[in-house]
Each structure stands twice: as C-alpha cells, then as structure tokens.
Design a protein around this ligand. Structure first.
Ligand code: NI
Length: 132
C-alpha cells in the first residue's frame, strides 16, 4: 500500500497526549501511533455497522463451581456458527482458562461474550475483536 504524507495541526495538550501514547506503547514514531489510533477507530465503526469481525473470548473460572462447565457448553452450542475453536487450560488445582476464537457479526459476538461472562462462577471474562 502506498503511503501518503500529510500535515497535522494539534493543540499542545493533544500533542503531549499523543507523545505519551507513543512512549507508553513503545511506538517508534508518531505516525505509527496515529495509524494505530485510526485503525482502532475503524474497528469501532465496523462494530457499530455490524460487519464481520474476528476475536477471542477469554474466560477464567473455578471448575468446581456447580454446573459451570455444562452452562458454558450449552451457551457455546447456541452460537456454534460463530465459534472457530476453543482451548482449555488447567491453570492450577481450581482454576481453568478458556480461550474461544470467534468470528461473526460484532453484535452476535458481544451477545455471546456477555452470556458467557454472566455465568455464575466466572472470575474474569474479556472479549477482544479485530477487523478482518
Ligand atoms: Ni480445567
């Protein structure tokens, strides 16, 4: 893809915020940071207009909690069209982590993730989405 250069005028406080963002994320320059910010914004727009996105849902839970595995399984079967794969890690004696790779409309993935995270006994849950 060809690169186009353009000038940007910014207030000092916004420029400081940009430079802080560059430093914190270890970007090599401002252009890279701006590229990232625009890309993230495009993702958000895609979510809003309901395009196809990919992502992952990470869940951490205590597998001793009653019926949690059964419930997680039932919900995932309701959304089988969206689920690419899932991986289960036994973290220690009590805790499990599950990473579910998903693909579908942003609204569907959000709904699936909300349902999974709402299951009683989930200690941590997070959905991330990327544009395709
Ligand atoms: Ni486990």
């Amino acid at each position: 893809m060809s690169v186009v250069r353009f000038g940007v005028s910014l207030e000092k406080d916004l420029l400081d915020a940009l430079d802080e963002f560059v430093q914190k994320n270890k970007f090599s320059n401002r252009s890279q940071a701006i590229r990232q910010l625009i890309a993230n914004n495009v993702v958000i727009q895609k979510w809003e207009c309901n395009n196809l996105v990919v992502g992952s849902i990470t869940l951490v839970y205590d597998h001793h909690k009653r019926e949690i595995l059964q419930q997680l399984n039932d919900i995932q079967h309701d959304y089988h069209d969206c689920i690419l794969s899932s991986q289960h890690f036994h973290l220690d004696h009590d805790n499990c982590m599950e990473i579910i790779a998903v693909k579908g409309q942003a609204v569907q993935l959000t709904e699936l993730s909300d349902r999974l995270i709402a299951v009683k006994g989930i200690r941590h849950g997070k959905l991330t989405m990327s544009r395709t």
